[in-house]
Design a protein around this ligand. Structure first.
Ligand SMILES: [Zn+2]
Ligand SMILES: [Zn+2]
Length: 603
């Protein structure tokens, strides 16, 4: 299946904030639109030769694009903010006026604002052309805006960053300077929002990945190819072991398929025709072009087709942690979230039409089990037939009905994603909401009536007729890279005990307790947890080191603890330290692991 790594999906956007701003989003929209005008006014006062392009409000802020004599840096922002403060002091009202097309062209041409003249062409004939003015500034704009400049608080906005942006997003056109800012009704809301942005920056998986030695990328190996370092390798192993357990219990069978296949395979599947620019370039083997696999489906179909099937064999469920390679433009690559090689937790179900709804129900249950284990909330979207599609309308209707029925049986509300289906079938996509209230692309379950046709898949039905099985593609983590990258940010790398790379550091207070500490270390390891002994230097330094390494439990062994078979435990996020028998501590860790607890606190 195609787990989309397309624009706007892999990299999370901040869809909602964990706090509610005063007033509604509609009024914030007007506020931000207005502040973007103030910013444009300020930039023009500093750079009188600047040309302005577009300046819309966006989620939580606004931006404006400028054609400037030199590129901007973040050091330019304070001066622009200061100029904006001056403009706010001057006051005035936002005044809307409409104008004929000729007058608008004349006005913008006289001002040398060629981008705005070009924007006029986008306004359909017969539609009103409006300008919003404040003070001496006038801007082609459809609004809405606040009424007076005074409504904008000097301490309620902030310019955040600059970036290059092509005019109309087209790399053949001029490179413009984009300034991003945010604006709120009050200083308090702005402060909250900036703190939120800071939290996002602190949790950035690329930053944590570097600091904690979790993963890396290496330009010599190639862009977008992830190296999993030992600690994150441990996290992944734990996830995979659990994933296999869950699947074995549901009668999925493990399969392994080649990473490379001759081109005819991907022509037969239709992927080469439909997704050519996403598949890595061909390599010549014995004069025949081969491709690294962009998806696992054809391999699973090949296994299914290698034997005859009776209706009694169905459903068949094949699972593979299958590594695939897809070409993503270099500008879109982003840490572990948008990559060129990744491992899908892929599975394909082959069943009869009558079995379809039951199969989907089982997948929905599995999705729930997996997502709630990490404390994720989620929303399901039903993606229906796109403009370009394969298969008949009948076939689409049947598949849609099965998805809707399954969701109904699970009491899972389905949001609409009209036309969002892939070309070969409808699907349910999940969006998951992380600890910061951001939405990420999550699991997907896709019905496919087309690959069975293209690969002429068959089973012998009860009436002794050969029939086509239905194929279901599904992935729950999606890609291990993206899911684990997301987990790093969700947990701020404070992983739950059951996947935590190093849950315990053992800290003897003095050298005298080193033997007792070593004994404790062995016992913790024997219980199946990784632990480290830190015995060098002052205790305070070792405590700090453990905290920086994001080790949730510090097991401190002093003279009395050594004597009594006890340990003094400091738990991350818990104020009081606790002295308890070593046995009880290990039992508590085992219980945390068994329940996949999201909490570190003991008891
Ligand atoms: Zn598939
Ligand atoms: Zn405007």
């Amino acid at each position: 299946m195609l787990v989309s790594h397309g624009p706007g999906t892999a990299v999370p956007s901040i869809m909602s904030l964990p706090f509610e701003p005063q007033n509604g989003p509609a009024s914030l929209h007007a506020l931000r639109h207005s502040v973007s005008h103030i910013m444009a006014d300020a930039v023009l006062r500093i750079f009188p030769e600047a040309k302005v392009a577009i300046g819309p409000p966006i989620d939580h802020g606004f931006y404006y694009d400028f054609d400037l004599p030199r590129p901007l840096t973040e050091e330019d922002l304070p001066a622009i903010e200061a100029e904006m403060a001056k403009i706010l002091k001057e006051g005035g009202e936002f005044v809307c006026s409409s104008m004929s097309r000729e007058d608008a062209v004349a006005r913008l041409s006289a001002a040398g604002q060629e981008y705005k003249v070009e924007l006029l062409d986008d306004i359909p004939e017969g539609e009103e052309i409006t300008f919003y003015d404040h003070g001496t500034w006038s801007d082609l704009c459809e609004g809405p805006h606040v009424e007076t400049v005074k409504q904008i608080r000097t301490d309620g906005f902030k310019l955040l960053s600059v970036a290059g942006a092509y005019w109309r997003g087209n790399s053949d056109k001029a490179m413009l300077q984009r300034i991003y800012g945010t604006a709120w009704w009050s200083k308090k809301d702005l402060k909250k929002y900036l703190a939120y942005l800071e939290e996002i920056a602190q949790r950035d998986h690329r930053k944590l990945g570097r600091e904690l030695d979790l993963f890396s990328l290496n330009p010599d190996f190639g862009a977008g190819l992830v190296f999993w370092h030992p600690k994150l390798g441990h996290v992944r192993r734990k996830l995979e072991d659990w994933w296999w357990e869950l699947h074995e219990a549901r009668d999925y069978w493990p399969v392994f398929t080649p990473h490379v296949a001759g081109e005819p395979v991907f022509r037969q599947s239709g992927h080469l025709q439909n997704y050519a620019d996403m598949i890595w370039a061909p390599m010549d083997v014995d004069g025949r072009p081969h491709r690294v696999k962009p998806m696992n489906c054809p391999g699973h179909v090949t296994i299914f087709n290698s034997v005859r099937h009776s209706y009694r064999d169905l459903p068949r469920r094949f699972a593979e942690l299958g590594t695939v390679y897809r070409y993503e433009p270099s500008g879109t690559l982003h840490g572990m979230l948008r990559v060129r090689g990744f491992t899908q937790d892929d599975a394909h179900i082959f069943c009869t039409q009558a079995q379809l709804a039951d199969e989907i129900v089982d997948v929905l249950k599995l999705v729930d089990t997996i997502l709630t284990t990490f404390g994720y909330e989620y929303t399901a979207y039903l993606a229906t037939r796109p403009e370009k599609y394969l298969g008949t309308d009948d076939i689409w209707e049947h598949a849609m009905a099965a998805l809707v029925e399954a969701a109904g049986r699970q009491e899972l509300p389905l949001e609409d994603d009209p036309g969002g289906g892939v070309f070969y079938g409808p699907k349910i996509d999940f969006k998951i909401k992380d600890a910061l209230g951001r939405e990420w692309q999550g699991p997907t379950v896709q019905v496919d009536f087309n690959l069975p046709d293209r690969f002429d898949m068959q089973f012998n039905d009860a009436d002794n007729e050969l029939k086509r099985p239905v194929m279901v593609h599904r992935a729950i983590f999606g890609s291990m890279e993206r899911f684990v990258g997301g987990l790093i940010e969700h947990f701020a790398a404070w992983f739950p005990v059951w996947i935590c790379p190093t849950p315990v550091s053992v800290l003897p207070i003095t050298e005298e307790q080193i033997p007792a500490a070593k004994e404790l270390l062995d016992r913790i390891r024997a219980a199946g947890f990784r632990a480290v002994l830190k015995s060098d230097g002052p205790l305070r330094k070792r405590v700090r080191e453990s905290e920086l390494d994001k080790i949730p439990y510090m097991a401190v062994v002093g003279g009395r603890e050594a004597e009594n078979g006890e340990v003094n435990v400091r738990v991350h996020g818990v104020k009081e330290q606790k002295t308890l028998p070593v046995d009880d501590f290990i039992t508590a860790l085992i219980a945390k692991r068994a329940s996949k607890s999201l909490e570190y606190a003991l008891d």
